[in-house]
Design a protein around this ligand. Structure first.
Ligand code: XIL
Length: 344
């Protein structure tokens, strides 16, 4: 009898755990952004960078609040193939190991980009055949290395100009526009399961640049080229206004059967920040979160790091900053609460 009662208590406890989650009833810690996003079948992530990983409070919040991370630099070409044919995956691996320890997934960023290329690649002329071989080897070696460890790749980053013409990069110049389809095919061969994305900034709104992606995506899909998603970086700035057509834009890609993701979100402003700017920023963070939730196949949101302490903005946009939902002391800003509200 007593044994039975114990069994009943045990069963009840199991039910309680099942209902309330492993934390049970004793803890009343608020759900994280990741918890809230998961209820919608989305992830909520942050970029991070190797030098930041010695900052314990930073790493702790990174590990608890998010269920996805992206290496801010560690998987780029200059880092991964510093000399031709000599590969170094140590920085990316460090991020992957951290993600594994924290049960997070990793977006791979990025295989083909005109920026942050090694000198051996940019410092000489290439014949098309040579560069094709170099590109294929780079893509396939890196994708193979991270097979099963990243769930998505930004295969080509920033391929278009603002007016929707192809950006004049070493790859476009030497190989023509077909380098994009080739890159996708090579990546797919190296890891048939990983989701393959094209990623760019200023494509949040419907306009010439996002139209170029829409046309290209349609064409690639029609040709059976393995393209699975479009990444909208979403480096927004208060002075340029909110991209009001974001939701429509996400939806048109979704209708092509493609995933979308907001991959590098930050919302910068001219410094100093003030209450009003931070309130507008918060509203925008909330709005873009709602836009993603409203569209099927918008699979998740990634901040381009989560704290102003490690934002890339001040170094790249003079006089601007305060772009992220946590301030330099790792205190949540109004934007953080707006994201929470949007996810609830
Ligand atoms: C940025 C990094 O955050 C910086 O640390 C680095 O110095 C330059 O690149 N678009 C992208 C990202 O796709 O890779 C860029 O990251 C920001 C703009």
């Amino acid at each position: 009898m007593r044994k039975n009662r114990l069994a009943v208590v045990g069963a009840l406890a199991a039910v309680l755990v099942a209902v309330t989650g492993p934390a049970g009833v004793a803890h009343d810690e608020p759900p994280t952004l990741a918890d809230l996003a998961q209820r919608h079948g989305r992830y909520f992530g942050s970029a991070t960078d190797n030098p930041e990983l010695t900052d314990a409070p930073y790493v702790s919040l990174l590990g608890s609040e998010f269920d996805q991370i992206t290496p801010g630099n560690g998987m780029k070409w200059y880092a991964t193939e510093p000399q031709q044919g000599v590969f170094d995956f140590s920085q990316g691996d460090e991020i992957v190991d951290l993600a594994r320890a924290n049960h997070q997934k990793v977006r791979g960023h990025t295989l083909v980009w005109h920026s942050q290329l090694p000198d051996w690649l940019t410092g000489r002329e290439w014949k098309a055949g040579e560069l094709r071989a170099v590109l294929k080897k780079h893509i396939q070696t890196e994708v193979r290395h991270y097979r099963g460890k990243v769930f998505a790749w930004d295969v080509v980053n920033e391929a278009f100009n603002e007016d929707g013409t192809y950006r004049d990069t070493i790859f476009y110049r030497t190989l023509g526009p077909g380098y994009i389809a080739d890159a996708l095919r090579w990546a797919h061969q190296a890891d048939p399961r990983v989701k393959l994305y094209l990623n760019d900034y200023n494509i949040e709104s419907v306009g010439p640049k996002s139209d170029a992606y829409y046309r290209l995506a349609k064409e690639l899909r029609a040709q059976g080229v393995p393209l699975h998603g479009i990444g909208l970086q979403a480096h927004l700035a208060l002075q340029y206004g909110y991209p009001a057509t974001l939701e429509d834009n996400l939806r048109r890609f979704s209708r092509l059967g493609l995933e979308t993701a907001l991959t590098e979100v930050d919302i910068r402003m001219y410094l100093p920040a003030d209450e009003e700017k931070l309130a507008t920023q918060a509203e925008w963070y909330g709005d873009l979160t709602e836009a993603c939730l409203a569209v099927r196949r918008c699979v998740g949101i990634t901040l381009w790091d989560y704290t102003d302490k490690y934002s890339w903005i001040p170094a790249f946009f003079e006089g601007e900053g305060a772009a992220l939902p946590w301030d330099e002391e790792l205190r949540p800003k109004p934007a953080y609460y707006a994201i929470r509200d949007a996810l609830k």
